[in-house]
Design a protein around this ligand. Structure first.
Ligand code: KG4
Ligand code: ZN
Length: 358
């Protein structure tokens, strides 16, 4: 079984061909550089860039897989949530290819792409506890099965990656901010500044990063002659120290809520064995090792996708498409892309529930 997947929901145009033997036959990825000067993704620029590159990315991926379009069994695309202009480009491309080749089309929830991605690299059985941390989302979920999720907590304001990006922007470190913060944090003193841990005392598994970001802003403002962040002049070591404190505190916020989630997970799903992290922020090795320790302490196995599959890519979409396809879930060609699409809401899975049997 071979599935082609297309990703275009944010600023990465990706395509990949995967098999049910967990083989990645071919992949291609173009990360848009156009947004760097703006310090964040500009939706219209992203949509145009996807449109310009999607054909060549799909061709390159098929070429690397040494197959032709007629050899794939189904064609999947990220159909939301995300920036709608880009999502439409990927979905329309996938639908057109599916129609031309008379193959099934599969609308993949981008978050499900992140959620299932670790399963291509590791043997992870359902149910598992998932920390999904990306630029747009920050959730703690139980992955009960393909298309079947229980959401235990979510951010009430910024996503984790968004907080990394905003802190990096204030420090003039460019976009995306996560990798740069991680690099500088490695040489910083994480005890230098004390930062708040918003919502930490709440009894639920919800998260908040807005207050943490504001606290960082106040520190940076104190280095500015007129109190304006952009005018702040920070010694290199102080930038590294702020990065280290922010990364440690943000990670601690995630860990504290995960501790609560683990208690619930072990009680309600005693067969569950894995703690999985995914999404762009899961590339952060400091976070990965903290999560590994947390899993060890709680007799869970820790698993994460290989680092290059944490940020958006075609493989995660192709793999989620394959997981759906082998269960017989496909989508109608009039499936409407969804800018908002909660993972714990019904995805187009069962026949009659917005999907059709393959
Ligand atoms: O999953 P992703 O590629 O896009 C979304 O679906 O949002 O995640 C991108 C996010 C960005 O906010 C980026 O700063 C963050 O992932 N990120 C990191 C690291 N690498 C990427 N955050 C922390 N540490 C990293 N090493
Ligand atoms: Zn993503």
């Amino acid at each position: 079984m071979i599935v082609l997947g297309i990703e275009s929901s944010c600023d990465d145009t990706g395509a990949a061909v995967v098999t049910d033997m967990k083989e990645i036959m071919g992949e291609a990825l173009q990360s848009q550089e156009e947004h760097k000067q703006y310090g964040g993704v500009v939706p219209e620029i992203a949509a145009r860039a996807h449109l310009e590159h999607v054909d060549e990315i799909v061709s390159a991926c098929l070429q690397r897989a040494h197959i032709e379009l007629k050899d794939v069994d189904a064609i999947a695309a990220s159909a939301g949530p995300g920036l709608i202009g880009g999502v439409v480009v990927g979905v329309m491309t996938a639908k057109a290819l599916a129609l031309a080749q008379n193959k099934p089309f599969i609308a993949v929830n981008h978050l499900e792409g992140h959620a299932l991605c670790a399963r291509i690299a590791h043997d992870i059985e359902f149910p598992y506890l998932l920390l999904l941390v990306s630029g747009g989302h920050c959730q703690i979920l139980v992955v009960r099965n393909v298309g079947d999720y229980e959401r235990l907590g979510t951010t009430i304001d910024d996503a984790a990656g968004e907080a990394f990006d905003k802190v990096a922007k204030m420090l003039g470190l460019g976009y995306p901010g996560g990798p740069m913060i991680e690099k500088l944090a490695a040489v910083g003193d994480d005890a230098r500044f004390s930062l708040p841990r918003p919502l930490i005392g709440s009894g639920d598994c919800n998260l908040s990063f807005s207050g943490l970001k504001t606290a960082v802003r106040k520190i940076i403002e104190s280095y500015s002659p007129d109190g304006i962040v952009e005018h702040a002049i920070l010694p290199k070591q102080d930038v590294a120290d702020i990065c280290a404190c922010f990364q440690m505190t943000a990670t601690d916020c995630l860990l504290r809520k995960l501790e609560k989630a683990i208690k619930y997970f072990k009680q309600k799903y005693p067969d569950g064995q894995h703690l999985v992290v995914s999404g762009g922020v899961a590339s952060n090795t400091y976070l990965r090792s903290a999560l590994k320790n947390l899993a060890d302490d709680n007799d869970l196995e820790f698993a994460a996708p290989p680092i290059r599959f944490c940020t958006d890519n075609g493989v995660m979409v192709a793999w989620a498409g394959l997981e759906r396809f082998r269960l017989g879930y496909t989508s109608p060609l009039d499936f409407k892309p969804r800018p908002r699409w909660p993972l714990d809401e019904d995805a187009p899975k069962a026949p009659g529930a917005g999907g059709v049997k393959a």
